[in-house]
Every structure is written in structure tokens, then in C-alpha cells.
Ligand binder design. Structure first.
Ligand code: Z5A
Length: 215
């Protein structure tokens, strides 16, 4: 049986590399949606439910045995399957907007482009375990070294993925940009190399224009 991945207009995702400024952007998205009278559910991946947050801890813990790329991918989708069923779909069904700090595009970028896993396998997991994708994805695009510089002062104890080398993050960034170019109707790319207030304003403008286009 062929399973489709349905685009949901009230599911909005935020993507980007490390230190891209997703926290500022999420505040701008929430303010813009609430000003229009919408209920907003903010969530994140990996995570978003108690079980998925425990999977997140496993994924990001730098201690212990090496996590194989395939294990990493399957854990990302285990967390996502739980998150979609317990949080995302119920919220969408009652009419709320769901704003997710990362969603399936991160798996294509990190596990596909970054780790070199087969995109067809990821697409199959997306069809079977997720079944929906955002109507709007805001990609905060930032130079890899700039992003690393931003978080270097913050993270005394970098997580497992943050310990990767620059070439890994360059592949991830290229992966995100490639996906944005392939689906221009879904993606809006925001230059995240500007000061926080400017990035927030650009996110707000992109979201407002997209919402006006839906009306
Ligand atoms: N991952 C995956 O591999 N596969 C998947 O399917 C999924 C995820 C879903 C955890 O995600 C990791 O999981 C992530 C991808 C992987 N690994 N990495 N790397 P996460 O989203 O929780 O982790 P993150 O991307 O590393 O978050 P982050 O580093 O916190 O990035 P951020 O949220 O975009 O940044 P921020 O907290 O808003 O800002 C970071 C710092 O930069 C902070 O000190 C700010 O004050 C500063 N900042 C922010 N904006 C600016 C501007 N505009 N100018 C100057 N300084 C700024």
C-alpha cells in the first residue's frame, strides 16, 4: 500500500544549523500567530512528549558506546512517531497551529546529507511513521563557523551531535538548502547572519506573507 505524506497548512517548522537563532524566531512566530487570534502549540524535535524527550537524551548524550548512524535515524523517527501521534495531530485536529523547532527535514539534512544514509529509506520512514509535513518551513540559513562561534560560549559540554566536525555541518547546511530549492512553495529561507531583531523581523514578515496568501 502506498502511503502519502500530507501537507498540513497549520503545521509550521523551523529548521537550520547550530546557533541559527531558532529561539528568537520561535518567539516571533508565536507572537505573529497569536496576534491573529490563533491557538499556538510550540514543540520540538527530537522530543515533545515525555518518552520522546527520553529518546532525545539518548540521542544527544556524548557518553557511552558509539551510536551508529542507522540507530540514530531510527531513534529520531521513534521519537517523531510518538510526537506526531501524541501532540501534533491532536493539536491540529482541534484547530491549533503547531510550531515545531525542527521536523523531518532535519532527518534528511543530518542523517541523510550529514551521515550519508539513503534518502529513500528516510522517505519510507516519513511515509509510514509520520504521514504529514509542514505547510510552511522557515529555514534559518547561517554560515557554519558563525553558528559554531555563537554556541561556543554557551556550551561548556557540547552534546554528541555538536561534537561533529565542520565538514559534517557543511553537508547538513547544503542538504537544507537543496531541500529548500526543491520545494520553494513550502520553504522560506531567512538569512540568519543578521542581528537577532532583524532575523525576528524577517521571520515575522515571511510568516505574515505566507498567512495572507492562505487566506
Ligand atoms: N537532529 C537530527 O540530527 N535529526 C533530526 O531529525 C532532528 C534533530 C529533529 C538537537 O536539536 C540536535 O538534533 C541538533 C540536530 C539534531 N543537533 N545539532 N547540532 P536542537 O535544535 O535542540 O539543537 P541545536 O540546533 O544545536 O540548537 P541550538 O544550537 O540551540 O540552535 P538555535 O536554537 O538555533 O540557537 P539559539 O539557542 O536561538 O541561539 C544560540 C546562541 O546564538 C545563543 O547564545 C544566542 O544568544 C545566539 N544568537 C542567536 N541568534 C543570534 C544572532 N542573530 N546574532 C548573534 N547571536 C545570536
Amino acid at each position: 500500500m502506498t502511503r502519502a505524506v500530507l501537507t498540513h497548512p497549520r503545521l509550521v517548522s523551523l529548521e537550520g544549523g547550530e546557533g541559527a537563532g531558532k529561539t528568537t524566531a520561535i518567539a516571533a512566530i508565536r507572537a505573529c500567530l497569536q496576534a491573529r487570534g490563533h491557538e499556538v502549540v510550540l514543540t520540538r524535535e527530537p522530543g515533545g512528549t515525555p518518552l520522546a524527550e527520553r529518546i532525545r537524551d539518548l540521542l544527544l548524550d556524548p557518553r557511552g558506546e558509539k551510536l551508529e548512524a542507522e540507530t540514530e535515524l531510527l531513534l529520531m523517527f521513534a521519537a517523531r512517531a510518538q510526537h506526531v501521534r501524541q501532540v501534533v495531530r491532536p493539536a491540529l485536529q482541534r484547530g491549533a497551529y503547531v510550531v515545531s523547532d525542527r521536523f523531518t527535514d532535519s532527518s534528511y539534512a543530518y542523517q541523510g546529507h550529514g551521515r550519508g544514509l539513503d534518502a529513500e529509506w528516510i522517505a519510507e520512514l516519513e511515509r509510514r511513521a509520520v504521514g504529514l509535513k509542514p505547510g510552511l518551513t522557515l529555514l534559518l540559513d547561517l554560515d557554519v563557523r558563525e553558528g559554531r562561534a555563537r554556541i561556543s560560549g554557551r556550551d561548556l559540554w557540547p552534546d554528541r551531535i555538536e561534537r561533529e566536525q565542520d565538514d559534517f555541518f557543511e553537508r547538513v547546511r547544503a542538504g537544507f538548502r537543496q531541500r529548500a530549492a526543491a520545494e520553494p512553495e513550502r520553504f522560506r529561507v531567512v538569512d540568519a547572519g543578521r542581528p537577532p531583531a532583524e532575523v525576528g523581523a524577517a521571520v515575522d514578515a515571511a510568516l505574515a506573507a505566507w498567512l495572507d496568501g492562505q487566506a
